[in-house]
Design a protein around this ligand. Structure first.
Ligand SMILES: [Zn+2]
Length: 302
């Protein structure tokens, strides 16, 4: 088995997740790196932030593959003293390229929403946006049996990485659900598709007040469904990293290349804690740790 060069890895990634499937506003693709650089080790992470860049370089990776593009809205200045410039300088100085696989990875089978479907307990699904196609944003499918909304929430809570915000759920705890629509990441533009799919519940992230409130008002006129489960954006997409790493490793192996893949050990959900009316004040230190908000997301040995 040979060691691939960066160009070989990017080509394999784009065979798996064609950039032509990315949304028009997206910026998926190779952000930085030399095509002829040998790539022995790749780190997968949701976010290209200072902590994951340092982690990738520290782990002697030659490529950081992230779900979110670093420069989605473009950039004119990238000095090392700026937030995004610091990420790029760390990576370039550490000999580590940066590749984003975003909405192109969402669309393909085995993408972010498929991973979220598996977390719900559903193995067979179709795209939410284009149910007659094999590719498209979001997924919809049926649970093997009816369960309560609360049970589905508990199942997700036990599978998703723990984050400060946990899950927010709209609907009765004992509401019965079977057909589930999901969209990993921010999915509040897909309510029309969720209704036409006749989903009992919609699992997504980043639901804002007005889209969520209006969706519930419409649902209440139609018997109460779809219910809503709002997850951490990070946690809903982190599920994909292991799938993505496995897919890329085996695609490269089929082409005679060997790479090692690592998953970032950091939780890059930006929220640190929540306060509820019944929360007792904590006496623990509130000093941020040395790497900002990014914390160890897995305990040792897991
Ligand atoms: Zn996202």
């Amino acid at each position: 088995m040979k060691t691939p060069r960066l160009n070989d890895v990017v080509r394999a990634a784009h065979e798996l997740w064609p950039v032509s499937l990315a949304e028009g506003w997206d910026a998926s693709g190779l952000v930085s790196g030399r095509g002829d650089q040998l790539v022995r080790r790749i780190m997968f992470a949701v976010d290209a932030v200072q902590a994951t860049a340092r982690e990738a370089v520290g782990a002697e990776c030659q490529l950081l593959l992230t779900h979110h593009p670093l420069l989605l809205r473009g950039a004119q200045f990238l000095p090392a003293s700026s937030d995004k410039g610091a990420v790029l300088h760390t990576l370039i100085e550490g000999g580590c390229g940066l590749l984003a696989s975003h909405t192109n990875a969402d669309s393909m089978a085995g993408g972010v929403s498929d991973a979220l479907m598996t977390a719900c307990g559903i193995e067979t699904s179709v795209p939410l946006c284009d149910p007659d196609s094999e590719t498209g944003i979001g997924r919809v499918g049926d649970l093997p049996e009816e369960i309560t909304l609360e049970r589905l929430g508990q199942r997700l809570s036990s599978t998703l990485l723990p984050t400060a915000g946990g899950l927010r759920i709209a609907g009765p705890r004992d509401g019965v659900v079977r057909r589930v629509a999901v969209c990993g990441g921010a999915g509040d533009s897909l309510f029309a598709e969720v209704r036409s799919a006749e989903a009992d519940v919609y699992v997504t992230a980043d639901l804002r007040h007005h889209p969520a409130s209006e969706a519930r008002e419409r649902a209440l006129l139609a018997g109460g469904k779809p219910y809503l489960i709002d997850c951490s954006h990070f946690a809903s997409e982190e599920l994909w990293l292991a799938h993505g790493a496995r897919m890329l490793r085996s695609r490269l192996a089929a082409q005679g290349y060997e790479v090692e893949t690592l998953l970032s050990s950091l939780n890059t959900d930006p929220w640190d804690f929540t306060i509820h009316p019944d929360s007792a004040p904590s006496s623990a230190s509130t000093e941020p740790d040395a790497i900002g908000y990014a914390r160890e997301r897995r305990t040792a040995g897991q």
